[in-house]
Design a binder for this molecule. Structure first.
Ligand SMILES: C[S@@+](CC[C@H](N)C(=O)[O-])C[C@H]1O[C@@H](n2cnc3c(N)ncnc32)[C@H](O)[C@@H]1O
Length: 271
């Protein structure tokens, strides 16, 4: 298979990737047939996956606007993905010109495309790092230059914690990052769960198997109680840890696709 110009040297394009599958669900063009095949296979079990991803992005944008309304102008978005329509820096800088946004991802395509999109935007940066190694993120010179950790930061962990297995201590990673944040900082989380999925759990498990066996990056479904534990040390803001459409909706939620009620989101404020 030929490697297109946007794909960095050295990436394995014979194995599907989480970020490129997500890009495909959102209608993007930074994905390969191997990604589309895995995405379509997962959709045989969970046909509403694209709706879930769209609702995730819509929540993320509402949460960024909420952070700006709360006076925050610094964003640390870990597991930021391949840029697409309505990225964090676009929403934040439209609401608050000069807002600073640091993107972090461990996927080379996400990092390369972020660099291309952010070229010429001095209030942004992108760092290749792994959420499982929070000190690499906190000690990154680029992030140190852009963000003032003495002042509140909105830490975005949007659709990424469910790719961190318990053995890699996702709770410890969030705690380490939180510790470095100033009081008044916000933690924004979205997380997959079997709760709220409008098909039997056994069927939804088929999509989880695709991530484990074909993407080789397991999708860890957690309960509301387990997701709430990520907010230790934070005061969860209203309306709490809820399904995506229920979090401060802009429009009435009656017409929402049932799949968008899968999983949980929340925003917490550091005391
Ligand atoms: C489903 S996408 C979410 C993108 C974006 N946050 C959003 O919600 O629109 C998950 C992203 O997390 C990244 N990711 C997964 N595990 C990661 C890790 N351990 N460290 C950094 N990024 C990770 C993937 O590469 C992918 O780009």
């Amino acid at each position: 298979m030929e490697r297109p110009a946007w794909a960095p040297q050295g990436i394995d394009i014979s194995v599907p990737s989480v970020s490129r599958i997500y890009d495909y669900y959102l209608g993007g063009s930074h994905n390969f047939e191997v990604d589309r095949e895995a995405a379509r296979k997962a959709m045989e079990f969970l046909p509403g996956l694209p709706k879930i991803m769209q609702a995730n992005r819509a929540f993320m944008r509402r949460a960024v606007r909420y952070a700006v309304d709360e006076g925050l102008t610094q964003f640390l978005d870990i597991g930021s993905g391949i840029p697409t329509f309505g990225n964090v820096h676009e929403v934040a800088q439209q609401a608050s010109p000069g807002a600073r946004v640091a993107y972090v991802d461990h996927d080379p395509v996400a990092v390369a495309h972020s660099r291309a999109v952010l070229d010429g935007n001095p209030d942004t940066t992108v760092v290749a790092a792994d959420l499982r190694k929070p000190q690499d993120i906190l000690r990154s010179p680029e992030i140190g230059e852009l963000l003032d950790l003495e002042r509140p930061v909105a830490l975005l962990l949007v659709a990424v914690l469910h790719f961190i297995e318990d053995v890699d201590d996702p709770y410890g990673a969030v705690a380490e990052l939180s510790e470095a944040l100033a009081p008044g900082s916000l933690l924004v989380v979205t997380h997959a769960s079997f709760e709220g999925v409008p098909v039997p759990t056994g069927q939804a498990g088929g999509a989880v198997d695709v991530y484990r066996n074909e993407v080789r990056n397991p999708l860890i479904m957690r309960s509301r109680e387990q997701i709430t534990r990520f907010f230790q040390g934070f005061e969860v803001v209203e309306p709490g840890i809820v399904p995506m459409p229920v979090w401060r909706p802009q429009d009435p939620t009656e017409d929402e696709d049932p799949f968008t009620f899968a999983g949980y989101v929340g925003v917490g404020r550091k005391a």
